[in-house]
Design a protein around this ligand. Structure first.
Ligand SMILES: *Cc1c(COP(=O)(O)O)cnc(C)c1O
Ligand SMILES: [Zn+2]
Length: 444
């Protein structure tokens, strides 16, 4: 039997193949990003039905590390990692929530929210970080001189990096834009013992600094320009289809900042089609926040040209990115998936979160951007009411308590009116008065 193999290749197909354990993030010939290419002939030795059965047999079971949603699909992800180097915290397997009441309000019966924030560090970044950290652990075991792993982050990447590095016993350095991430997100890497640098500047500035550290100081770069992360994040689309018993939804909506995640989503779905597990692709919508919408603007111009921008402050802090590193991959994905780009502003995202939360969810602001985009696409008729729609929820709302508190106190920057704010009602310790208040509020 032919062994499962994968290597790096330039996304613009410059000649050259590079090993996955080479410390390399960009094409040495043209400077574009790399992508992981799998030996598809080797993977075709198993039939589609056999792959489905294998993935189902492993899914969320205890046979370590295959119970992880990522490592249960290891042949498609990073076939060269030896078990002793896997750094896993049981990623994936997150709930695909049937948003029945929220969907009914929009008139979309078959609406689902993939709760990727129900994860070890509270965001989908865990899906990619488990692969990257396992690869680093194996490189170190094989004698590669890697002193630390580093990233620039809008919050969630650093949380994932710090946790996985700590679990592996590898040093982590995170560079964050000072004052631009939530308290909970800042405390995660601190608690996990990472070296945290709060840089005066925005995310794009942090990105420049960390790339230079990687080039000059021998630290390993963990941002999503590192395409090993994309391989792990790729499982989200595969898992969604698996959770639908291998049925493909009509639409998947995903919030985008640096645009690695949409590229990953597309890569996983395409691999499924190539290996015959599905025979169609969903349409994809990237949802951007108006304060940082360079992809949306480029989309409106038919992708004639892409112009980076200086992003404005936004509640959706994890996607406050004006110069997305994976923009070329993302545009390619959108073209292959008959994709669209939609945007939501601060009020739209905050109100969408409030409407969704009132039906039992607890969404982060980025999920709010995706929901805001969904509401617009349904109103415009682009998404039909009979369509099956999946919204990718990227982080756990519990990481964004400042945002939640601000909304329900009616004091949220950029949101003049918080129309669904729910205030606590203060009552004296007097049963009669409490009862009267309850009766009044219930409209009795
Ligand atoms: C990282 C992140 C995003 C954006 O993902 P990209 O790959 O940068 O487009 C969206 N939401 C949350 C919560 C994130 O942490
Ligand atoms: Zn190249």
């Amino acid at each position: 039997m032919r062994p499962y193999r994968a290597h790096f290749r330039c996304i613009t197909r410059c000649p050259g193949e590079y090993q996955l354990d080479e410390v390399l993030y960009r094409c040495p010939k043209c400077g574009n990003l790399l992508e992981v290419v799998h030996d598809m002939e080797a993977l075709q030795q198993r039939s589609a039905a056999e792959w489905k059965k294998l993935f189902e047999d492993r899914y969320m079971r205890t046979d370590w590390p295959h119970g992880s949603g990522v490592w249960g699909k290891r042949e498609w992800v990073h076939p060269h990692i030896r078990n002793e180097n896997v750094v896993s915290m049981y990623e994936g397997g997150s709930n695909l929530f049937w948003a029945q009441r929220y969907g009914a309000k929009l008139g979309v019966e078959d609406l689902w929210v993939k709760l990727c924030g129900n994860s070890h560090t509270g965001s989908f970044k865990d899906l990619g970080m488990t692969v990257l950290m396992s690869a680093v652990k194996q490189m170190i075991a094989d004698g590669k001189p890697i002193s630390a792993v580093a990233c620039a982050s809008t919050g969630d990447t650093s949380a994932a990096l710090a946790a996985y590095a700590a679990a592996a016993g590898i040093r982590a350095i995170v560079i964050l834009p000072r004052g631009k991430i939530s308290t909970a997100q800042l405390v995660q890497p601190l608690a996990n013992g990472a070296t945290v640098l709060a840089l005066e500047g925005n995310f794009d500035d942090c990105m420049k600094v960390v790339q230079r550290l990687a080039a000059e100081e021998g630290v390993y770069l963990a941002n999503s320009m590192n395409s090993l992360r994309v391989e792990g994040q790729k499982t989200v689309g595969i898992e969604i289809v698996q959770q639908f018993d291998w049925r493909v939804p009509d639409w998947i909506i995903i919030p985008g900042g640096n645009l690695g995640n949409v590229s990953a989503l597309g890569a996983g779905l395409k691999m499924m089609r190539e290996l015959g597990l599905v025979n169609k692709l969903p349409r994809i919508c990237v949802a951007q926040v108006e304060a940082a919408n360079p992809l949306y603007l480029a989309y409106k111009n038919g992708f004639d040209k892409f112009e980076p921008m200086v992003p404005q402050t936004t509640l959706a802090s994890a996607i406050q990115i004006g110069n997305p590193v994976s923009v070329k991959k993302a545009i390619r994905t959108l073209q292959e998936f008959d994709g669209v780009v939609e945007q939501a502003n601060e009020t739209e995202l905050a109100d969408a979160v409030a409407r969704a939360d009132a039906t039992g969810m607890f969404c982060c602001p980025h999920t709010g951007v995706a929901l805001g985009a969904l509401e617009k696409l349904v109103a415009a008729g682009t998404i039909r009411r009979s369509d099956t729609v999946v919204v990718v929820s990227t982080a756990n709302g519990l990481k964004f308590t400042d945002f939640k508190v601000g909304y329900h106190q009616g004091k949220l920057p950029g949101v003049p009116v918080c129309q669904y704010a729910n205030h606590p009602v203060e009552v004296p310790n007097d049963y009669g008065k409490v009862r009267d208040t309850v009766r009044r509020l219930l409209g009795a």
